[in-house]
Design a protein around this ligand. Structure first.
Ligand code: GLY
Length: 328
């Protein structure tokens, strides 16, 4: 009797296992965003902290929903960064910091992990969404980086939305510039006002993309560009490894080619994304330099930073949805 039961039950169990192995798995997607490292005090008013959280949630929800609908990582990364550029809470687009002569010079870059296609702009002054211009550099020119007047001329040629430079002004950033200039008079110090924005995404087709946009650093010199428009420093995406977007003191991120280093440690040293990202942030950079967000080709997310905090958020197809500012 027992033998007969085993004869009937075992094949049924095997068939069930085989069927469940064949059941199509829902496509995996993952997204991470940042709104800058080391920019807010834990003691800030609750309303201010809540406003940042809401801004991050709005952008993250938009990206998560578009990935769930099957949109490409590239489209999602661009559109999430556009939302963050339009949000005066962050130092990119509206709300960008002032240069030392009271203007705004915006930088952005974007990269497609499918084919290493990339585009960037630096020092633009009238382009409402620099990330979109960066994408057009990638798609409509044979170049990677256009700067200043050349980028403005290209913006006219491709017809992206333009604004009067005062559109980017905010009272808060004006006060930050006044503080920096005052401080500089007392002692020569570069202020580290940050708030760069970025997005990395893995879409349900298995493709990665990264996008980064910034106003740079408060009181920066005319013509200074940081890591955000530099492919390999502030932005990198390669379907073989990961997508990375950085935030922090741009000069250090350029010096250490941070975004590419994360990808290289994964590719050549076989590190998982978390280990690779932490190695660069904690062993190559100095404390308070900043942080990064990265998503691997299998959907793991890493968001290390060595500053006091980092505006960030992560979501994926398993139901993760979380925004944070400090360690919790
Ligand atoms: N990480 C932004 C900048 O240094 O410009």
């Amino acid at each position: 009797m027992l033998k007969l039961m085993l004869l009937l039950v075992i094949p049924a169990l095997l068939a069930a296992c085989a069927a469940s192995n064949k059941a199509p798995r829902p496509p995996r997607f993952a997204i991470a965003i940042h709104g800058g490292a080391g920019v807010i005090d834990r003691g800030a008013p609750e309303a201010e902290k809540e406003s940042y959280r809401q801004s991050l949630e709005r952008a993250l929800r938009h990206g998560r929903d578009r990935l769930a609908a099957g949109d490409s990582a590239l489209d999602v990364a661009e559109s999430v960064v556009r939302i963050l550029e339009d949000d005066p809470n962050f130092n990119a687009g509206k709300g960008a910091v002032f240069t030392e002569d009271g203007r705004h010079e915006l930088d952005a870059s974007i990269m497609d992990g499918r084919n290493l296609a990339c585009g960037a702009v630096a020092g633009v002054r009238t382009v409402k969404n620099p990330i979109t211009l960066a994408r057009l550099v990638m798609e409509k020119t044979s170049h990677v980086l256009l700067v200043s007047d050349g980028a403005e001329q290209f913006a006219t040629a491709v017809g992206v939305e333009r604004v009067d430079p005062t559109y980017f002004d905010t009272e808060r950033r004006r006060r930050a510039l006044d503080r920096v200039l005052e401080e500089r008079k007392r002692r020569a110090e570069q202020e580290k006002s940050r708030g760069t924005v970025g997005c990395v995404a893995l879409d349900s087709h298995g493709n990665l993309a990264a996008a980064t946009s910034t106003g740079g650093m408060t009181g920066k010199r005319y013509g200074r560009a940081g890591d955000s428009p530099i492919i390999g420093a502030g932005t990198y995406a390669d379907n073989r490894t990961c997508a990375v977007s950085c935030t922090g003191t741009g000069e250090e991120f350029i010096r250490h080619v941070v975004a590419f280093q994360v990808s290289a440690l994964m590719r050549y040293a076989g590190m998982p994304v978390e280990q690779a990202a932490r190695t660069v942030i904690f062993e190559r950079l100095q404390p308070d330099d900043g942080g990064l967000i990265a998503v691997s080709r299998t959907g793991e997310i890493a968001m290390p930073y060595n500053s006091s905090g980092m505006f960030r958020g992560a979501a994926d197809s398993s139901g993760l949805f979380k925004v944070s500012i400090w360690e919790e």
